[in-house]
Design a binder for this molecule. Structure first.
Ligand code: PHE
Ligand code: ZN
Length: 848
């Protein structure tokens, strides 16, 4: 098939490469890379295939003998050495190539960012550096020499020598090429140290550009907390004497777990109270943890091939989520994670891009760094933990590390570990990895003579290419509450394995209120006929924080759906919110989460799921109307909470004060619909931290106000691109829909908008894609503008252009004129000559 890679085609690499030595002579326009590979053939008669793209071959030799063009095949994908010319035993292969890092705008391979050199090799970037078997199952020891006049020269592993203009590094741990990293630049370190529980002293450094040193302390602390947590929760220690993190300004993703030398998007390292929000702090801590945890789940045990990506990503996301639950407020973190899963992964699963956590085909692997691989992958690990219980899960992970340390593994290996550790058959469970789609559970209940019966039906709707959907193995956590709110049956985990199943709870003294899918024990859509009164009861009484929030969310969503169809608001909802606002016992962060209404996209998805054609304008109007109703009805209580939640004293990003600020902003969002923006303007004027400053500004922009504040903010922060991203994001995402496309077009055309930088592009255009009614404007102006910018970015940076095309994944929800506009935009992209493989694959799937 044309350019398609299939899981079923996997074959082991026929050569072993015990060690590789690399010499880099750095130069922006003409870097020389000399590679020496120590090779042992493993299969007689096999050709040696080395990937290599955009490399100028300078010389090639085998055991010291220079090869002539007739001795090998060279094309735009790499180099092949025919078996006939290869020795039967070990040999040494040397290549010299030239590359141009300054011309590398795709940010894959070796590139330059603000005068520094850096690399990004996952998934297939190493082939842009030298000829090599660029696949994760080829693991070798790397020795690296860097020659450059720049003051700081870094690579993986331990430093083994340095002098004027050079440095050498050796990584004792065999690794695949995607974990290789090199950094060279004028950098400053913020340093610390960590002693592992077996007594190894590890030097920790966060490297940043001069001037950013004062924003590194939080990241350094987060790294130490992560190291401690992995020792305690998983028994995993760090395995080198040095751990380096480098912040770079131009980066396609969040961060990268290169062995001993993590490279981070600067927005996920740099934080100060004036420039970073509470959410930024939480995210920085989570991503530092994520990359650190990869050292065991990803690096020590890696993936056999890229189809297995969720082996490292799903597990590592599960680990970073567990870490954040442990170091912050666990219940609230679960709520945030589920809200994000639904907003991104359920949306993906419901549209043309749906795929299993372990796909079996791709054209461009970069297009599979998705919410399904990451977030759903994490949910699947969480379900395994639920099925085995905490001790069983820990035993399985111990076995995984014991059995597979140093290997490149598959999902089959992973499942086998759980089967062996628990003695259970998980073959049905494996469907979670190999099939796409979000199962729908329909639960109904009957009560008679002290017995409650739950009848559960499961069904997974078809997804592209998958029509057969056998039933899944689903852990369903359930508890029962008595009518006075006491917990009569604490949480039990029911296991669903069939299309229909019944579960009985006996010996009850009165009809209980069931609390189903506690903690969101499986990534499914739960459908259950309940009354608003029952939801309000659960919101008030459930002992499971997730289900408490969920009850409120369900009420809010149902009210908003009814309002978007022209019906009135539900009184049960308005009253339940009133009780929550007044409930000073409840955690402020939790109350904030409950006060935030479902977003417009979530309402549109829910309407579409029940067969309606969502009208973006009507949804927006309904949502704003409900906010106003809440403000009118509960104004006094909201103002009281707003005033009482002010956080005094020096700023701390901890969960306590962050929760109070969140509650304050959530009440302010409602109050702002009624007070003309007076309170938000006052908060903006007096704010001493970015959380409140941008929080207030966002609310003003959403009201179509705040021009003066926007100008003031820009004047203050013009020299700080990460802060200005928030300013652009606010306008892209929140400008009222009638002006949004024009505003975005104007900001995008401004000379100071450095659109080639992924953070800049994402802030403005990604913000705009989140502006539901603005992006989906009836005249198609939103789609057209967005397509223009994707086409502009694609020739320079296909990865980011392709990832951002997911804004189009919901176009089939909307009315015929909108569909026609979206289709036209996709067709225009598809017809563009020279389109990248990345964006080409995406628009093909989006339109198909
Ligand atoms: N492996 C990185 C992570 O999840 C993500 C990444 C993928 C970064 C590809 C860059 C390129 O931690
Ligand atoms: Zn990861």
């Amino acid at each position: 098939m044309d350019g398609v890679t299939l899981l079923s085609d996997y074959k082991p690499y026929p050569f072993e490469i015990a060690s590789v030595s690399l010499i880099f002579r750095l130069d922006p326009a003409a870097t020389r890379v000399l590679a020496t590979l120590d090779v042992t053939p493993r299969q007689p008669g096999a050709d040696m295939v080395l990937q290599g793209e955009d490399l100028t071959l300078i010389s090639l030799s085998l055991d010291g003998r220079t090869l002539a063009p007739g001795d090998y095949l060279l094309d735009e994908t790499g180099l092949t050495l025919p078996a006939a010319g290869l020795p039967a035993g070990p040999f040494r292969l040397q290549t010299e190539v030239e590359i141009a890092p300054a011309a590398n705008t795709a940010l894959e391979g070796l590139y330059m960012s603000n005068g520094m050199y850096c690399t990004q090799c996952e998934a297939e970037g190493f082939r842009h550096i030298t000829f090599y078997p660029d696949r994760p199952d080829v693991m070798s020891r790397f020795h690296v020499r860097i020659e450059s006049d720049l003051p700081v020269l870094l690579s993986n592993g331990n430093p083994v020598g340095q002098g004027p203009g050079w440095a050498e590094w050796d990584d004792p741990w065999p690794k695949p090429a995607y974990l290789f990293a090199l950094v060279a630049g004028d950098l400053r370190a913020t340093s610390g140290s960590f002693t592992t529980r077996s007594g190894r002293k590890v030097d920790l450094n966060i490297w940043v550009r001069p001037g950013d040193e004062d924003r590194c302390d939080f990241a350094l602390g987060a790294l130490a907390r992560s190291m401690t947590w992995d020792e305690e929760a998983y028994g995993r220690e760090y395995d080198l004497d040095l751990f380096n993190i480098v912040a770079v300004d131009d980066f396609n993703m969040g961060a990268m777990e290169n062995k001993g030398l993590n490279i981070f998007n600067s927005k996920l390292v740099l934080a100060s109270p004036e420039t970073a929000t509470d959410t930024d702090y939480e995210r920085i801590e989570a991503v530092i943890a994520h990359e650190y945890f990869h050292n065991w789940t990803g690096n020590r045990i890696t993936c056999r091939d890229w189809f297995q990506l969720c082996l490292k990503e799903g597990l590592t996301v599960y680990r970073d989520q567990s870490f954040t639950r442990d170091v912050r407020l666990g219940g609230l973190k679960r709520i945030e994670d589920v809200a994000a899963l639904r907003a991104r992964q359920f949306r993906e699963d419901a549209g043309p891009l749906a795929h299993p956590p372990r796909p079996d085909r791709y054209k461009e692997i970069n297009n599979f760094y998705t919410a399904t691989v990451y977030e759903k992958g994490a949910e699947v690990v969480g379900m395994l933990a639920t099925l085995l219980g905490p001790e069983g899960y820990r035993a399985a992970l111990d076995l995984y590390f014991d059995r597979h340390d140093g290997q490149a593994c598959t999902i089959e290996d992973w499942i086998k570990v759980f089967e062996d550790a628990s003695g259970r058959d998980l073959s049905q469970f494996k469907l979670w990895y190999t099939q796409a789609g979000t199962p729908k559970l329909t639960v109904s209940e009957t009560y008679a003579a002290g017995t409650l019966t739950l009848d559960v039906m499961q069904m997974t709707p078809p997804t592209p290419g998958e029509t057969e959907k056998p039933p899944r193995h689903i852990p369903l956590a359930v508890g029962l509450l008595s009518p006075n709110g006491d917990e009569v049956v604490p949480t039990v985990v029911l296991e669903l394995t069939e299309t229909r199943q019944s579960f009985r709870f006996e010996g009850l003294s009165a009809r209980p209120v069931p609390s189903i899918l506690r903690g969101f024990s499986a990534p499914v859509i739960l459908e259950r006929a309940t009354t608003p009164a029952e939801q309000a009861f659960l919101l008030a009484h459930d002992t499971d924080p997730f289900n408490r929030w969920e009850a409120g969310r369900t009420l809010a969503r149902q009210t908003l759906m009814a309002m978007a169809r022209g019906e009135g608001a539900q009184l049960d909802y308005l009253d339940a919110v009133g009780r929550l606002i007044a409930d000073d016992e409840a955690d402020p962060g939790f109350r904030a989460a409950c006060l935030r209404l479902p977003g417009e996209d979530e309402i549109a998805a829910a309407l579409f799921a029940r067969g309606d054609t969502p009208d973006p304008e009507a949804i927006r109007v309904a949502r704003r109307k409900l906010m106003k109703m809440l403000a009118t009805r509960h104004g006094a209580a909201l103002s009281r909470v707003y005033d009482s939640c002010a956080v005094a004293g020096p700023y701390s990003p901890d969960a306590g004060p962050a929760g109070r600020r969140a509650l304050r902003l959530a009440t302010l969002a409602l109050l702002t619909t009624e007070d003309g923006g007076a309170r938000a303007a006052a908060l903006f004027a007096e704010a001493t931290n970015m959380t409140e400053s941008i929080g207030a500004l966002n609310l003003l922009v959403a009201e179509g106000k705040g021009q003066g504040q926007l100008a003031g903010f820009a004047a203050r922060w013009a020299a700080d691109p990460l802060v200005m991203d928030k300013w652009r994001m606010a306008q892209g995402a929140l400008t009222p829909p009638e002006d949004a496309a024009e505003t975005v077009a104007r900001l995008a055309a401004a000379p100071e908008f450095d659109w080639k930088n992924p953070n800049r592009f994402r802030s403005l255009l990604g913000g705009f894609a989140a502006n539901h009614a603005g992006f989906h404007r009836a005249d198609g102006a939103g789609y057209a503008l967005y397509a223009d910018w994707l086409l502009r970015l694609d020739p320079l940076n296909p990865q980011t252009a392709a990832r951002m095309s997911t804004a189009f994944e919901t176009w089939r929800r909307y009315d015929a004129p909108r569909q026609a506009h979206a289709k036209a935009a996709l067709a225009r992209i598809a017809a563009t000559p020279g389109l990248s493989r990345d964006l080409g694959e995406m628009v093909g799937r989006l339109a198909g």
